[in-house]
Design a protein. Structure first.
Length: 357
């Protein structure tokens, strides 16, 4: 049996790490890297830190509009799948790579397995929402991180192949947080004291492509003070294009994107996190760090319900209010499983294929 794992962006790599290890215990794996993310800080460092095997194929697609990028990926992934003839194509999350991989496989009547199925923000303006809905509707194995994700699929009449496995990001976080605490020097390098700084990330198209929203977010961050801001390359370019880069005053410490271990340590020790990233919202919850989400909605509603995550949109006053507000009445549940999602996924694939055989 052979599985083709198709990845291309930072969140894909993080999810791949624990799943690939489980695959290779019993199954052959081919890794296809589209090159959607290609800077060292967004790509290679994750393979090195997380022990992911080198990709068997690297397409080098790079940046571009959503349609061009997805189309280029689709063309080359199809060629590789025809050559390799895997039994299953495995895709992760909601990136353009995810959609291209799923479509390429589905067009060949090849079973598709979707890691992180069932998520919905119900905002069709998000490219990620369009991707995840389309991928779910052409997948054969739908591995859901939460009960809410299962319910979302059922509401769309997707029942067959749906499994509640938990979240693979909890698998890798539990594996790596101890390593990060022993090996990462990021706090010392940035001269940070635990719980005395804020951590911010901004990369969603809803925010970066809307000049008014981006300006409001930057004004909020500069007014909060003592913010560490690992800046996504695309976000930096937008800030420069809008002449906002110079407005980042001395209260914001802008740094290059960091690797997974450094990011975990920054997240764990932050007073609060301000982000528009779905993955960072989850990691904040798992690490018990309060999170302010600079979006109007979230796929991870459990983090809001339990009092760890607060939706602030791109409103400056709301963002700063939550940043300085003391947060109480927080609950912590095992909403993302027990840290064995990767094992559950591979066991389900083996069981179903054996049944079919």
């Amino acid at each position: 049996m052979k599985i083709a794992s198709i990845v291309g962006a930072r969140p894909n790599f993080i999810k791949l790490a624990p799943v690939s290890r489980e695959i290779r215990k019993k199954i052959d794996e081919v890794i296809i890297h589209t090159g959607q993310h290609y800077d060292y800080e967004m790509d290679r460092i994750f393979f090195q830190e997380l022990g992911i095997p080198d990709p068997d194929y690297h397409l080098g697609i790079g940046s571009g509009t959503h349609g061009r990028q997805t189309g280029e990926m689709l063309k080359f992934i199809e060629e590789i799948l025809l050559k390799e003839q895997p039994d299953i194509a495995l895709v992760f999350g909601d990136t353009n790579t995810t959609l291209a991989g799923a479509l390429a496989a589905a067009k060949q009547h090849m079973p598709v397995a979707h890691v992180e199925a069932g998520l919905r923000s119900f905002n069709k303006k998000m490219p990620e929402e369009v991707n995840r809905v389309l991928v779910d509707h052409c997948s054969d194995f739908l591995f859901c991180p939460t009960k809410t994700a299962v319910e979302n699929l059922h509401k769309e009449n997707i029942v067959d192949g749906v499994s509640l496995t938990g979240d693979v990001m909890l698998d890798i976080l539990q594996e790596c947080i101890g390593i990060a605490e022993k090996s990462s020097k990021i706090l010392e390098e940035l001269d940070l004291r635990p719980k005395e700084y804020f951590l911010a990330t901004v990369h969603r198209a809803d925010n970066t492509d809307d000049s008014e929203r981006l300006k409001n977010i930057i004004e909020a961050l500069t007014s909060i003070g003592n913010v560490i801001f690992p800046c996504h390359p695309r976000t930096r370019k937008r800030l420069e294009d809008l002449h906002l880069w110079d407005e980042l005053n001395r209260n914001i410490q802008v740094i290059m994107p960091v690797g997974y271990l450094d990011m975990l340590l920054l997240e764990k020790n932050a007073q609060k996190i301000l982000t528009d990233s779905g993955g960072v919202q989850k990691e904040a919850y798992m690490l018990q760090t309060p999170c302010i989400t600079m979006r109007d909605e979230t796929e991870w509603i459990e983090t809001v319900e339990d009092g760890w995550n607060f939706l602030a949109g791109a409103d400056k006053n709301t963002i700063t209010k939550y940043a300085h507000e003391y947060i109480t009445n927080r609950e912590q549940r095992n909403v993302f499983g027990l840290g064995d999602a990767s094992q559950r996924m591979i066991e389900e694939i083996l069981y179903q294929t054996n049944q079919a055989g």
